[in-house]
Design a protein around this ligand. Structure first.
Ligand SMILES: C[S@@+](CC[C@H](N)C(=O)[O-])C[C@H]1O[C@@H](n2cnc3c(N)ncnc32)[C@H](O)[C@@H]1O
Length: 565
């Protein structure tokens, strides 16, 4: 055990902390300090008395009277004490890590390793939020600050002036931004929720537990946290074998949260998730909240396992559309087979065409599934990009490179899993409902008259090679047009005729797309005899749009008509 850690253990014990003597603290190159059992141990219990728990009351005492105590004050307190070499907590402060690996403080070349991922895309925003927290506190107290415009400073300047000193715990002033960022990351990676010992405390309030916060994370470690009087206790159920590490369990955290908050990742992390942020117009959200109780718009509370982050979430009414104005966040993972359902419901709702169609109907369901799959595919493509050429001279740390690789692989794994689940779901839906679906292949098989007589008639005054069809959509429009014009629907396609007639009752305007399709197929100087009007083509066009979905495969797409229920 190093001298510093030994000093911390002795200090904690002399202040009433209880920890089995068989636990030894050693330093590991990537994990930092680790707790190793020197003997086989049965149930392990560690108890931290209130006298060495650091909480917002300490910040209140230190900064009174101009401070009423919150997590922000606690962050300032840690850097304040660190520079002061606070006498009481000296042994604790001396053992806080000075090298942090959170992705928030990586250099610009290392950020390149996260390009195209959610984390890579959100780092500057996260930093900007921390900066706002810092500057607000500083200004409120009239402390010196050099305000900067976060949007203007480039990555290299940001790194050199703020992130690098923070990542190394190097700062001369306790109230500087690098000092605050260092403290922020210390709390993010080490704090515990206060409610364990004070159930009535402010929601999201955190505390620091010297000694106990030396335990590393294992998502499978069975631990309990509880209070005994004013003390905080951790109990590890089941034994720990000699030579093995005693782990805490920080909760079901994916690598995105681990890498941003703690600076490490777990390989094959079963708790990995990918966040999808969907931004919708306020009136659409309003309409969903008012009329569609079955569509769940998740709120952050549905997911957050991080007590600490809740405190910064402004309390807002979740039935108010403005709660979702920055986007609705869905989290998908490989563990919960139902996690795609709320997303699919929303995408089906957004694929609904008019007032009479219900989002639970087959057509919007199939179209929604396509759109969701396309959105996931886009995300997958973005997360598959490799880092660009490096612009700066900063070296890439091999541990961070490893973390970025594992994180990216985890994201891609979740996306791949979600895309294949949707493919399977689509396959099942298509099989179950095949009698309600009509594609061009079936039409060509069952209705040879269309291709042999009716279609050529439309273009009989054109050279054959002048006529080309871009996709199955155009051919379907022409099929509907021919069948309606000639009254030649086959018995098995009567439902199309019925649906078409029903659609005629609704008012449609002629769209630009229908107009350009009309002039593409029937330019005035060429079609003297066909006598197809723009209105007729437009009616067929609108009908196909509102009664079909388009299925996209990697190289082609196919439009399929859907019989309504
Ligand atoms: C609460 S502290 C644990 C004690 C820490 N090892 C130390 O040296 O102070 C959390 C930090 O420990 C490290 N850590 C915890 N669990 C880890 C794990 N399973 N793998 C790698 N690093 C881990 C990370 O640096 C994390 O930010």
């Amino acid at each position: 055990m190093s001298q510093d850690v030994l000093e911390l253990v002795q200090w904690a014990k002399s202040n009433g902390a209880q920890i089995p003597d068989q636990i030894e603290f050693v330093r590991d190159e990537s994990k930092g300090i680790c707790a190793i059992c020197k003997e086989d141990l049965q149930d392990v219990k560690i108890q931290i008395p209130s006298s060495i728990i650091i909480d917002r009351q300490d910040a209140r005492d230190e900064f009174a009277p101009r401070f009423d105590g919150d997590n922000t004050g606690l962050k300032f307190l840690i850097s304040f004490w660190k520079l002061q070499d606070n006498a009481k907590f000296g042994p604790y402060l001396r053992n806080l890590p000075l090298k942090l690996d959170s992705a928030l403080v990586w250099n610009p070349n290392e950020w390149q390793l996260l390009r195209g991922t959610n984390l890579g895309n959100s780092i500057r925003e996260k930093l900007s939020t921390i900066y706002s927290e810092w500057i607000t506190w500083i200004k409120d107290r009239g402390l010196p600050n050099d305000s900067l415009n976060f949007d203007e400073i480039n990555d290299q300047q940001l790194y050199q002036n703020f992130l690098e000193p923070a990542s190394k715990g190097q700062f001369d002033s306790w109230s500087s931004f690098p000092a605050f960022l260092w403290s922020h990351l210390i709390l993010l990676s080490r704090a515990f929720p206060e409610y364990i010992i004070h159930p009535q405390c402010h929601e999201g309030s955190v505390i620091l537990l010297p000694l106990l916060d030396l335990l590393n994370h294992d998502a499978h470690s069975k631990v309990q946290w509880y209070s005994e009087g004013e003390a905080f206790c951790l109990e590890k159920n089941g034994g720990v074998a000699k030579g093995q590490e005693l782990f805490n369990n920080y909760g079901a955290k994916g690598n995105e949260e681990l890498l941003a908050g703690y600076g490490f990742v777990q390989e094959d992390n079963e708790f990995d998730y990918v966040a999808l942020k969907i931004k919708l117009p306020l009136n659409t959200i309003e309409s969903i909240l008012e009329n569609e109780p079955r569509i769940q718009l998740p709120t952050l509370d549905d997911y957050t396992t991080f007590a600490f982050e809740k405190s910064t979430e402004k309390k807002k009414d979740k039935t108010d559309p403005s709660y979702f104005e920055d986007g609705i966040r869905f989290f998908i993972n490989t563990q919960n087979a139902n996690c795609l359902n709320p997303l699919l419901d929303l995408f089906s709702y957004l694929s609904k065409t008019d007032g009479t169609e219900n989002w639970t109907d087959l057509r919007p369901r199939l179209q929604g599934l396509q759109s969701l799959r396309a959105a996931l595919k886009l995300k997958q493509d973005q997360a598959s990009v490799s880092p660009q050429g490096l612009e700066h001279s900063d070296a890439i740390n091999s541990y961070r490179e490893h973390c970025a690789r594992v994180y990216r692989q985890g994201q891609l794994h979740v996306l791949k899993h979600a895309i294949s689940s949707l493919k399977q779901l689509e396959k099942d839906l298509l099989t179950q409902n095949k009698h309600q679906l009509l594609n061009l292949k079936k039409i060509l098989k069952d209705d040879p008259k269309f291709i042999q007589e009716e279609l050529p008639k439309f273009f009989h005054d054109k050279d054959q090679d002048e006529v080309s069809f871009d996709d199955t959509f155009e051919l379907l429009v022409l099929w509907v047009l021919a069948k309606c014009k000639n009254g030649s629907f086959q018995a098995k396609h009567e439902w199309v005729e019925k649906q078409f007639k029903a659609s005629m009752g609704k008012k449609h305007t002629v769209s630009e797309e229908a107009e350009s399709l009309y002039s593409h197929f029937f330019p005035q100087n060429q079609t003297r005899t066909t006598k197809i009007t723009l209105q007729e083509l437009s009616d067929a066009y609108n009908f196909v749009i509102t009664n079909s979905f388009t299925r996209s495969a990697s190289s082609s797409s196919e439009t399929i008509l859907v019989q309504s229920a």
